[in-house]
Structures are given as structure tokens and as C-alpha cells.
Write a protein that binds this ligand. Sequence first.
Ligand code: ADP
Length: 591
Amino acid sequence: MNADVHPPGLTQRVLREQVAAVHANAPAAYLADLLTAQTLGIGLFVATRRWQVLLWMALHLALTLRRAYRRYERSPDAAAQPEYWARFNARNVLLRSCIWGLAPWLCVPPGRNLGLWVMVIVMMMGGCAGGALSLAVLKRNIPRFIVPSMASLTLALAWRGDTVHLFLATGCLLYMCVMIIFALQHHRLLTAALTMRFEKEALAEQLSHQIAATQRASAEKTRFLAAASHDLRQPLHAIALFGAVIEKKLQGSEEWHHAARLMDAVGTLGDSLDTLLDISRLDAGEVSPQIRPVELNPLFLALNNVFAAQAADRDLQLRLLATPCWVLSDLQLLQRLLSNLVDNALKYTPRGGVVVAARARGPLVWIDVRDTGIGIAHEHLGRIFDEFYQIGNPGRDRAKGLGIGLSIVQRLSRLLGHPLQVRSRLHRGSHFRLVLPAVTASGVVPLAVCPGAALPLPQRVLLIDDEAAIRQAVTGLLQAHGVAIDAVAGEAEAEAVLAQASQEGLPVEVLLCDVRLADGADGLAAAQRLRARSGSGLQVLLITGETAPQRQQQMLDAGLQVLLKPVAADRLLQALASLVQHDAQPVCTRS
Ligand code: ADP
């Protein structure tokens, strides 16, 4: 494991853990030791009637009682003083081993007593093996526990001098060596396991700090983007509207091309802003999908409407194959995901075309987006979903994209739970496959896809916006399209205009209202009050730069149409037209 992750005080922590383990085992170990010694003592006394046996038993009993008393008397918190308890334990272990070492000298009478020797050897070897397991946790215990007792047994046997005793002494010596090696190995394993556990804990802690830092940074980024995008949307909204007025006025003149280019640039800026905001909202978990049955045919039709002109401009074939499939998904998010894939497919295909097809596969539906484009080299395939990763755009030419499209696709595919697969070969084209759950069509009401046709505009509109520049811009735009408009800054003036308009016999048809008014006044509440007072004939269209989902939900719950800033002139006109044409369905649209 990496040396960098050695947590501080590792040796001390390991020792503390080892002492705690020995300490916890101690009562059982004392009892087992006492029982073994006293059983052996009784057996030997019955066989030999030697007072030395009683002396040995008494010594052993005294030591055990002393150990138990000291343990009880001192603080039981071994973890707080690991060094003290390690020394205490080592002393006890040494004393115990010495007392056991006295047994062969005191308890076996001189002469040939093979039966007694076997009893002593078996009990001492058994005790040694059992104790080695529990005491080897601490390395210093190993020699102290094994050597005095086993060496003394070996010596006592060798002291008798005859072949049989010498043979038994050799066996005991070998046993002692093997036990030491075995106990050391056991100790190493236990220590390694403990060290690894602490290193893992340290790693997990480091990781959780890093995750927390990343989450903080991500939340900061999201907050910054949301704030920046709101502040940028306001002026951009004004620029878009003024630009549209200028473009209309300049139609037919030489300067018109400049105005048209300016509007293209404003459009691109708005798109970039939307993309950045989308990604920050997805990261912040602010987007919650509304999973419902979605019919693919109308969705493909909508995609075709969006991309047909782009494909035709570039002499590419775009085929969206009709399909009877229905899937469980969120219509808007799925449309956004597929749009990104089709947009990329067209962008990276110089000749040939793009095919979008859906196929039912048992409980699943595959949506394939294939192109005959430049393809992606194998080494880039793993990175194309990273934020701002682009192949072949070192100069970061904005015309070649931001490098965010596929990271949005990936976030959406995760959010919707639709796995995404990609296969591509350089110069042979790319193939993206989205896997969705299928749903049967019976009993399912098709969802509407936004219509695109422009409709007649209202005759009179009332605008409430606290920014003079916006009032001017919208007034210019609507007047240029023959719509009578009154532009005011607040609710009180709006109420006066509504009253006067109905007296004049040209009532206001649509109230266009900014959601955030001067001094924190709530445009949504103001619009609802004005509508309630003037009767249900007044249609309301809210315009907002606020993207917080709760706020948007409030607007939708109020049954009002909402446009997100910056609103392109076409989109504003379209929304006004559809309001007077239909009883409004609540929709939330980004232009
Ligand atoms: P970009 O805005 O650059 O298109 P994306 O995140 O959408 O950013 O894509 C990342 C990179 O993946 C692109 O720069 C492009 O090189 C590559 N890529 C994406 N889709 C395709 C495709 N259909 N064919 C070839 N290359 C693609």
C-alpha cells in the first residue's frame, strides 16, 4: 500500500488495538490456565503424594489471583495506557511461564516415571499451543511465554540423562522452536491485518474529505453559474429584443446583414448560457424527470423539424425512421438528449447522412443514432463524455462547440436511467445507442409536441417590467408588428391601464409580466391579482430569468404560460399568438 497513506501514530494505534485484544481475552486465558495447572497438579499429587506438587499448585494459584487482582484494581481502560498494559501483560506472561517451568523439577520424582512425564509434557505443550494463539498478538509475549517453560522442560528431561529422556528432550526442543516460528507468523499476520485496517480507514477518511471538498466546489460552481446566468440573461434579453427591432427596421437595406449576424451571435451566446446552466442544474440535482409513456413517432417528427434545415444546408441525408414504439421516459429530457446526439452526428459528418431508428427488443427499446461521419479514434472514446473534452479543437473555436454536449447526454442518460452505448471507427462513422424501457401503447394518451406555426397576434398587450430598457425594447418590437402596447413598471399603473383600456373599448388581451419586479415585488402574484380583477378574458404570459425548479413549478401550478429569458423575438411573438388562439395549456419553454 502507498506509504503516503500511513496515518499518523499508526504504530501507537496498532499497539493500542493489540493490547485491547489481549486484555479482552485475559479472563478466559487466566481461567483456562488455572484449570490446566490445577488438574495437572491434582493428577500428579494423587500419583506421587509429593508436597512439592502442592507447593507448585499454590504458587500457580497465587500468581493467578495476583494477576486477576491487579487487573481488577487498575483502570480497566487498557486502550488509554497501552504501553503500561503491554508491560504488565509481558511481566505476567514471563512469571506464568517460569512457574510452569518449575513443574517438571518439582512435580516429577526422580527415577523412571514415564507415565508422569507424559502427563506433564502433554499438559505443558497443550498450554503452550493454546496460549501462543491468544498472546502472540503482542510480539514481546512470544519469547516470554514459550521459552522459560519449554526450555525448562527440555532441560529437566535432559537432566535425567538416559536415552528415552534425551529423546523426549529433543522432541520438546523442536516443539519449542516450531511454536516460536508459528507464533511469530501469527503475530505478523495479525499486525498486517490491523495496519491494513487503519490504512483503509485513513484512506476512506481522506476520500470523504476530498468528496466533501468536491461537493462544496460543485455547489459553489452551481451557485455561481445560476447567479451569473440570471444577471447575464437580463441584458441579453434586452439585446435580443432591441436587435430584433433593428433587424426588422433594416430589412431590405445593406446594413441588414450586419444586424442578422449580430442576432446570430446573440443566439449563440444565449445557447452557450443555456448549456452551461443546464449542466450546473443537472449537477446540482435540480432536474427531476417526469417519467411517463412517450410515443416516439411525434418525438422523431419534432427532431426532424429541428434538424431538417441544418441537414439540407450541409447536403446531408437525415432520416428519422417511423416507429410504433412507446417508451417510459421524460419527453423533454429525452428530446434534449437525442437532440444533442443528432446535432453531433450532423456536425461531425461531412458527407453521407444520419439515421435515427428505434427498435423494440422484448421489454426494451433501442434508439440508434448512426452517422457516416469522421468517427472517433479508439483512444478518445473513453473521454468524449468528459466536460469540455473535444477532439481536434485545440484553439477552442466556439463554432466547433463547447465540448459539453456529450457530458449533458451522459448526465441525462444517468438521470433517466437509460444506458448509453457508443461504437465508432475512425473515418467510418459513429453509432450511439440509447436503451429504454418499452411500454405498450394501449390506454396511453399521446403527449403533444410543440407546434411551430405562427398565428395572428393580439391587438393589445400590457407589459409590466421594472427595467426601462426592456419596456422600450418590447414596445418597439410589438409596435413593429402592429400590436398596441402599454408598458408600465408596476402593478398599480397596470391596474389603471386595464381600467382605462376597457373604457376605451379596446381591452388588453395579453398581460406580459416580468416575474421579479422592483423592490422585490412578486410579478406572479401581481399577474394573478390583475387577472382576477379584470376577468378570465385576460391571458397572462410570464417572463422570468429564475431557473429555480420550485419557482417554475409555482408558475406552472398557477396555470400560466412562462418564457425563460433571454426570449428571442420570434419565440415571444409565437407565444403571444398561441395565447390568443388557444385556451392556454401551461407550458414552460426556453426559446
Ligand atoms: P462538442 O461541443 O465539441 O461537440 P461534445 O461533448 O458534444 O462536444 O463532443 C465531444 C467530442 O466528441 C467532440 O469534440 C467530437 O470530437 C466527438 N464527437 C461527438 N460526437 C461525435 C460524432 N457523432 N462523430 C464524431 N465525433 C464525435
